[in-house]
Write a protein that binds this ligand. Structure first.
Ligand code: XMP
Length: 506
């Protein structure tokens, strides 16, 4: 059941729809996402936002809605991009389809409206559309234009607003303020309280699972840990399975087991180290290595969970939007993620996949984790790839190489923590560069490998920049590695941006 006066966001298929929900939550208000065709089921919202979408309003199968129904809610409505174009049509104007897409920054020239109170003139906004409004209906007033005078924002009658740009993306510099201005037009809105959100999730989990057996894979990372603790708190019949693939960092398996013990959540550890190192033997091709690990992981996991009735996954919203096989999203497919492999899709079709975190972004999951009593160190852990240290060990993976990486990585990460840099970087690690060069150790010639260090900042892992770490820190890491890690006589700091270099070495 919906509480009163929440913000209803209707999804017309934009990649950014959940970002609108997120911005509203950041502003402190409760927001809920609905597919556009569930407009009849909103209850009593305090404001409604119509999202953008990939279709043209003139497509025969363009998402459509009943204007009388929308009007019957009697609350302020904001149409974003497709949302604005559809409102323009509903009020009697026209929209022109265009083959060329306008994508990128534009300047906003406002014309005195409550929507733009406090917004600077020529503020940057972000455009991503092909259609544009052409004839304006009588009810429309232009409330903002771009620098060349084209209308980019309209008001229709009293309660309806339209904006052509995307206020929810960070490239719209004052976008959040524009959303806030819109929400101020509504009567008092329901606040977003993370505790309520958590309680609601627990209730949903209980309803979904009932007395069935649910299984979830845990890696020790943020998402799967939060998921397992949430399931535990929901009191459902759960098995949490941790597969040790032998490609983990120093002491990682022991730490994961200890952390879960401390959290009071029982986990089953499956040690499959030998099987993983076995399939990696003589493999040097990065893709073949990845595939071998991915397939074996599934086999090991499936052997362990047997005929579990429900599979729980820590899928987050960005994973959903990129895979788009989740019924809640109307966006188009971009790429298929590991949690959308064939076996999972089969279970999903049978209604046997539970993904309670699928409306959240990483930082919101972390906030939820705090509420669940998960300690800071776990919640702030850097991302760690599924194929583990294998992607930080170019060429063939051997136990000796893994051991070398583990030692160097532990020194690097330890120093980052000591210097307060760990939480400031998005991801950092040591990798092996399996090229031997000449050096001197203890007055003797040595011929040994090099070790690479990589520390990056990123927002979404799609692009990344290397971090200018203090030279003193780097010097201490280098000394530490050269003095204590066997088989290494050289340390290099990776100063490559992504693109072209990926974050991992393979
Ligand atoms: P790349 O190397 O593609 O990495 O720039 C982007 C981000 O994704 C992580 N990564 C993975 N995560 N399974 C995962 O769960 C994988 O196979 C995988 N490969 C890369 C990587 O650590 C970085 O954060």
């Amino acid at each position: 059941m919906n509480p009163d006066n929440y913000v209803a966001v209707l999804d017309f298929g934009s990649q950014y729809t959940q970002l609108i929900v997120r911005r509203v939550r950041e502003l402190g208000f409760l927001a809920r996402l609905y597919p556009y065709d569930e407009m009849a089921d909103l209850g009593s919202p305090g404001a409604i936002i119509l999202s953008g979408g990939p279709k043209s309003t003139s497509d025969p199968d363009a998402p459509d809605y009943d204007m009388d129904l929308l009007d019957s809610y009697n609350v302020p409505v904001l149409g974003v991009c497709y949302g604005m174009q559809s409102l323009n049509k509903k009020f009697g104007g026209t929209v022109e389809a265009c083959d060329k897409r306008e994508y990128g920054p534009a300047e906003l020239v406002t014309e005195g409206s409550a929507l733009y109170e406090g917004i600077s003139q020529n503020s940057q906004v972000w455009m991503s559309h092909s259609d544009t409004v052409r004839e304006l209906p009588e009810a429309a007033t232009v409330i903002a234009r771009n620098a060349s005078g084209t209308p980019v924002s309209l008001q229709f009658n009293e309660r309806y607003y339209g904006i052509q740009f995307h206020p929810e993306v960070t490239h719209s510099h004052e976008g959040t303020q524009i959303l806030h201005n819109f929400l101020k037009l509504a009567d008092e809105l329901a606040p977003f309280v993370i505790e309520d959100f958590k309680n609601e999730m627990v209730k949903k989990i209980q309803d979904f699972v009932g007395d069935k057996q649910v299984v979830c894979g845990v890696s020790g990372g943020v998402d799967s840990t939060v998921l397992a603790v949430l399931l535990h708190e929901a009191g459902v019949n759960m098995r949490a399975v941790f597969v040790n693939n032998g490609l983990l960092r120093k002491n990682e398996a022991e730490e994961v087991v200890a952390n879960f013990k401390e959290l009071g959540v029982p986990i089953e550890e499956v040690d499959a180290t030998e099987r993983f190192l076995g399939v990696l033997k003589d493999q040097t091709d990065p893709e073949k290595k990845r595939k071998a690990i991915g397939n074996l992981f599934l086999d090991v996991f499936w052997d362990a969970v047997g005929d579990a009735e429900i599979l729980a996954q820590g899928t987050l919203y960005p994973d959903v939007i990129e895979s788009a096989s989740n019924a809640k999203s109307k966006a188009s497919v971009i790429k298929t993620h590991h949690n959308r492999v064939a076996r999972v899709l089969e279970l999903q079709e049978q209604g046997r996949v539970l993904e309670p975190l699928d409306e959240l972004f990483k930082d919101e999951v972390r906030e939820l984790g705090v509420l669940l009593g998960i300690k800071h160190d776990i919640l702030m852990r850097h991302p760690f790839p599924g194929p583990g240290l294998s992607v930080r060990c170019p060429g063939e993976v051997t136990e000796e190489k893994l051991e070398t990486i583990r030692e160097g990585d532990a020194i690097f990460i330890g120093k980052l923590k000591e210097y307060g840099w760990y939480d400031k970087v998005w991801q950092a690690y040591a990798c092996l560069i399996p090229v031997k060069t000449v050096g001197v150790k203890g007055d003797e010639r040595c011929y040994e490998w090099a070790m690479g260090l990589r520390a990056i900042v990123s927002e979404d892992a799609m692009t990344a920049d290397w971090v200018e770490l203090p030279p003193k820190l780097l010097r201490e890491v280098s000394n530490g590695i050269l003095n204590s890690v066997p088989r290494v006589n050289r340390v290099l700091y990776d100063i490559s941006t992504k693109p072209p270099a990926s974050i991992e070495w393979e």
